[in-house]
Design a protein around this ligand. Sequence first.
Ligand SMILES: [Zn+2]
Length: 348
Amino acid sequence: MFLARTIEDILSHIEADTEIIAVLDGVWADPPIPQNDRVTVIHLAKSIGQRAATNLACKLSRAKYVMKVDAHCSFDQGFDRKMLEAFQKTGDDVTMVPIMRNLWAFDWKCYHCGWKKYQGPTPKKCDQCGKSDKIRRKMMWVGKNNPQSTSYCFDSTPHFQYFEDWKHRPAYENDKKEKGITETMSLQGSCWMLTRDNYWELEICDEKFGSWGSQGIEVALKTWLSGRKVLVNHATWYAHLFRTQGGDFSFPYRMSNSDQEKAKAYARDLFFNNKWPKQTHPLSWLVEKFWPVKGWSDEDLTKLKANTFKFSDNAKDAKSGPSEPLPDNQSSGHIIYQAPSRTASPDL
Ligand SMILES: [Zn+2]
């Protein structure tokens, strides 16, 4: 539903020589995608899943850098140029993400009385006049100022978590002040950028994980454990639409819990048992690097180091952290702006 708008947003904000490769995985774009020389659209009659689709897009790219983004995102002016400038500072052995904001994509509006409601499932009726026949989406498309997410981890289950505590440690504070680029233990998964060479070298969308799930942890761990770094570029941002309120405002990809469980089970075996052939560090090295880490006990780490780590019986049912980041009490501080090649955006 938001793919065309996402592509228009990218086209209006790119400043480098960036091309867009959009994969329509078993669906047509509605509304349709505008014709543009920079946009390549691949339509698959039958869904092949997010990892296979991303690989397909990357095979078509001839760019030095590739950025994968979800199909419901907005972007900072010149985000592509600012990311390329950051890669010039860090070198290419990194995976980098911009700051993540929350996308305010639309309001519901009653065109009888003017009542409005923040994005969410389709309202059954207007709360003000009670009518239901003229409630429409009113597009807003605003990357909200608050929160601005820059730190992620996974707990010992492993579930994705926002890692607020890391942002108050000297390593983060110094890097932010001196470089405008900070380290992050893991990733949220809706956007990440690396060289196309590293994309293939690190098998960044291994289809053995299944079609969907655990993408952020896969990208982050393959980057860190192979001796590279996962970084957040504070000079720019993208905004991601979180569909977390259920009903017809929930995650649209045809995913099942079994897909997610399959990905998680594969990630557990591969990374917690240090079975990934390309790793030069054990997982315990990464956990220690960011220690203490939200959702990890001393005992968990001791066992991980001794290779006797066992997932607790109830870990499978443990609740993950909120998928949508919550606003800070006050808007976060200053963003240091920094000051290119080609990027591609395999877009799902
Ligand atoms: Zn009304």
